[in-house]
Ligand binder design. Structure first.
Ligand SMILES: CC(C)(COP(=O)(O)OP(=O)(O)OC[C@H]1O[C@@H](n2cnc3c(N)ncnc32)[C@H](O)[C@@H]1OP(=O)(O)O)[C@@H](O)C(=O)NCCC(=O)NCCS
Length: 152
């Protein structure tokens, strides 16, 4: 399987990366996040998070949304990446790498930052990310963040 940005594909099963927010079925994307699994998202909050981001990327297979990612960027120095998620049936096919490349290229920051879902650090290390020694976060729900393995 090969992902190509904004090029329609004739071959069955091929994945298309798109950027158009108005085309997204947000309930279907909630389902992708649930099955990834990255938890249950409120569709309105999920949509607003993507709409308020600097760049977004959506993966479609045979017209169905199967993955996404988004980034905040000052388009000069820093890009911060969030919500990279793929449905289980398209994981391990190169799409995660393709979405990351698409976001980083279009966001344009010199440095990129993210926090990985616990256990997914090796994927990002494979793409060139390194653990930061001084990264810190203030989560809205500190207990939940600790229980999910994001903080000590
Ligand atoms: C994590 C995730 C985004 C990775 O995307 P993917 O499409 O499955 O990964 P890719 O096929 O693009 O892998 C790209 C490379 O990373 C490697 N890789 C993928 N997952 C890996 C892992 N968990 N550990 C180490 N390497 C990994 C692949 O072997 C591949 O290497 P290669 O290009 O040298 O052959 C995807 O599996 C996913 O959505 N998982 C569930 C949701 C999630 O945890 N998202 C991350 C939130 S931070």
């Amino acid at each position: 399987m090969k992902a190509e940005a904004d090029k329609p594909s004739p071959s069955e099963g091929q994945v298309l990366l798109k950027h158009e927010l108005d085309e997204v079925d947000w309930l279907a994307l909630v389902d992708v996040f649930e099955r990834a699994p990255l938890g249950t998202r409120d569709p309105k909050l999920l949509e607003q998070s993507f709409r308020n981001s600097s760049v977004s990327c959506f993966a479609y297979r045979e017209g169905q949304i199967v993955g996404a990612g988004r980034a905040l960027s000052d388009r000069l120095t820093w890009t911060v990446i969030f919500d990279v998620a793929l449905a289980p049936e398209v994981q391990g096919l190169g799409l995660g790498r393709a979405i990351m490349q698409d976001l980083q290229t279009r966001a344009g920051g010199a440095h990129a930052m993210l926090y990985a879902a616990p256990g997914k650090e090796p994927f990002y290390e494979h793409l060139g990310f390194r653990l930061m020694k001084t990264a810190m976060a203030q989560f809205a729900n500190p207990e939940l963040a600790r229980d999910r393995g994001f903080t000590d």
